[in-house]
Design a protein. Structure first.
Length: 222
């Protein structure tokens, strides 16, 4: 059993308002949980997590700014918070990227919401929140023909140091957006976008923006 005193404090981050409300209703009906914050994008999720310090962060993987980006940053800034992704994607690339970002759970939005409370309570007790089918795929990858898990790891991936905004800029770069287009999309000046790009290049330890995009694509292509 969990030794947590009082209800578990949960942050819900999803850009789809009806989903946020469905999740809120499911958890508010369960005395084991208290909703401490909600957010509609990655930057908002990080800000809410730092402010509210939740026990569990339930993140949509495809929300604006990238749920993966928020997972990386929340893990770094609020290390005691447990990250659980709630998504429509059952693709291996998203699943393994989420695990690398620090997630301890990966739940599909097609699940029965009546089971959500038990899944999150399990997370608080040190369990992983994941369907048996997804666990089987994790094991298959671990025991797969390409034994990547045997390769020595000398440090954490550099991507983990990117801020949510830098991840958002990098995501737009991978879509082929120009500096001016990113500036317009994010409602910031061209100079600010250039600063973000310079930071991305420096943190990823690559030569230029094209190399940053290539690295991102390689790392996301598991």
């Amino acid at each position: 059993m969990s030794a947590h005193a009082g209800p578990l404090r949960v942050l819900i981050a999803d850009d789809h308002a009806p989903t946020r409300e469905d999740v809120r209703r499911a958890l508010e009906a369960d005395v084991r949980f208290k909703i401490c914050a909600t957010a509609a994008d990655a930057a908002g999720a990080v800000q809410a997590a730092v402010r509210a310090v939740p026990d569990i962060c339930l993140l949509d993987i495809r929300m604006p700014g990238s749920g993966l980006a928020s997972a990386w940053e929340i893990t770094a800034r609020v290390p005691k918070a447990k990250i659980v992704m709630l998504t429509v994607s059952d693709e291996d690339a998203d699943l393994f990227a989420a695990l690398r970002a620090g997630a301890v759970g990966y739940l599909l939005k097609t699940m029965n919401m009546a089971q959500l409370g038990d899944e999150l309570h399990g997370v608080s007790c040190g369990e992983a929140a994941m369907s048996r089918a997804l666990v089987a795929r994790v094991l298959e990858r671990f025991h797969g023909r390409a034994p990547r898990w045997r390769r020595p790891v000398t440090r954490e991936p550099a991507e983990g140091r990117l801020t949510s905004r830098e991840w958002e800029v990098l995501e737009l770069l991978t879509q082929g957006r120009s500096t001016a287009e990113i500036s317009e999309r994010l409602a910031v000046s061209v100079a600010v976008v250039r600063v973000h790009i310079s930071a991305i290049v420096r943190k990823l330890e690559v030569a230029d923006r094209a190399a940053a995009v290539a690295l991102f694509n390689r790392r996301s292509g598991i």
